[in-house]
Design a protein around this ligand. Structure first.
Ligand code: ASP
Length: 365
């Protein structure tokens, strides 16, 4: 009877698995979870193909269409995330993104261009709705990779981006509700109805592969809502929020940035694919590493994380996969079969969600 690599993991035979994946001697194995789920074995997309966070459903369709008409993979992916950045009803990115604790919208974004092996990023940029395009301008027009804060905005203005107020009436309301419910002893009156939905998080990550196997990746976000001014998350950090290697594939993440930064998540996923993991296996392994690196205050008594994290990955040959910490999440994919949502693999079942107090970056699905 033949045993597949996944069977090895399922049986907990990590030693055999590490051999199969070519892990160098001395590198600690990642413990297999009994709750791995693979919705559809293989996840074989043809090329071109685009994978994204679920909010990128319209974007993957757009990016695929652009690549089918000859567009560069990074230009296509950025055009895809621009749809969300400019949509005031998506409170996780760009215009309408949720602000920091002082009511100021500060955006993060990064991108990588596989064929030319270049990267660009901006952190905590204000008043520019499309930080993904500013990140690409940093890549295209400077000898730097990462601009932040006032300098990033100044650069964007010099490049001709138009500044605008990114706080919409709706996102301002959400911020005010959060403020009003912060402290029962302050001078704001509590409105119980307002508490629901007061916290939102999210990001848009998109990774594209052309028909000829060239790769582009981009991540854009308003970050965790009500964050401290100046906080920069994982999204603009090359190797955390997104990463690609034109010889291997691309990966990106959404969810608790502080957990992802510590494991250089997107780089980790791409390196796992380089070692032979499928995109989905690579995403699951990154989640396991994130759990292993989680501080005690963010774990419940069963060592389940009190936060959410999702990885998205695509290989150079078009295979794709995504995994979320908890059962029930979806991702967007577009290929010859069209644009659609598919179910993420996961580490923990829905019923195994953490017990006890849930801090910021609560589970949202
Ligand atoms: N990853 C983003 C950040 O930490 C937020 C999110 O995706 O929820 O800034």
């Amino acid at each position: 009877m033949s045993i597949t690599r996944r069977d090895f993991f399922g049986a907990g035979a990590t030693a055999a698995a590490s051999f199969a994946l070519g892990r160098p001697a001395g590198v600690a194995p990642v413990t297999a979870s009994p709750f791995w789920r693979v919705s559809r074995a293989g996840r074989e997309a043809g090329r071109p193909a685009v994978i994204a966070s679920a909010n990128g459903l319209r974007g993957v369709a757009k990016a695929l269409d652009l690549m089918q008409h000859g567009a560069d993979p990074l230009d296509a992916a950025i055009a895809g995330v621009n749809i969300q950045e400019l949509d005031p009803t998506d409170h996780s990115v760009g215009l309408g993104g949720l602000p920091n604790e002082e009511g100021v919208v500060q955006l993060d974004a990064s991108c990588m261009h596989g064929p030319t092996r270049r990267a660009g990023a901006v952190g905590a940029i204000e008043d520019i709705a499309t930080p993904s395009l500013v990140a690409k301008a940093v890549m295209d027009y400077t000898d730097h990779i990462f601009l932040v804060g006032a300098g990033a905005k100044q650069f964007a203005l010099e490049m001709g981006f138009t500044p605008q107020d990114l706080l919409t009436p709706e996102s301002r309301q959400m911020w005010l509700r959060w403020k009003a419910n912060l402290n029962p002893n302050d001078n704001w009156l509590d409105h119980d109805d307002d508490v629901k939905g007061a916290y939102t998080h999210g990001t848009c990550n998109m990774n594209a592969v052309t028909a000829s196997g060239d790769i582009g990746s981009v991540t854009t976000t308003s970050g965790t809502s009500w964050k401290l001014p100046g906080r920069v998350g994982d999204s603009p950090i090359i190797g955390a929020g997104q990463y690609n290697d034109n010889d291997v594939g691309a990966a990106g993440s959404t969810g608790r940035g502080e957990a992802n930064i510590k494991i250089c998540g997107a780089f980790f996923v791409v390196e796992q694919m380089r070692l032979g993991a499928t995109p989905e296996e690579a995403c699951l392994r990154a989640l396991q590493r994130a759990v292993a690196m989680t501080e005690a205050r963010l774990l419940d008594t069963r060592k389940h994380p009190r936060y959410d994290l999702t990885y998205y990955a695509i290989a150079k040959d078009g295979r794709y996969g995504s995994a979320n910490m908890y059962e029930g999440a979806q991702f967007a994919i577009a290929d010859a079969a069209g644009a659609r949502l598919e179910t993420c693999a996961y580490l923990f079942k829905r019923d195994d969600r953490p017990t006890g107090p849930v801090p910021a970056h609560a589970l949202t699905h």
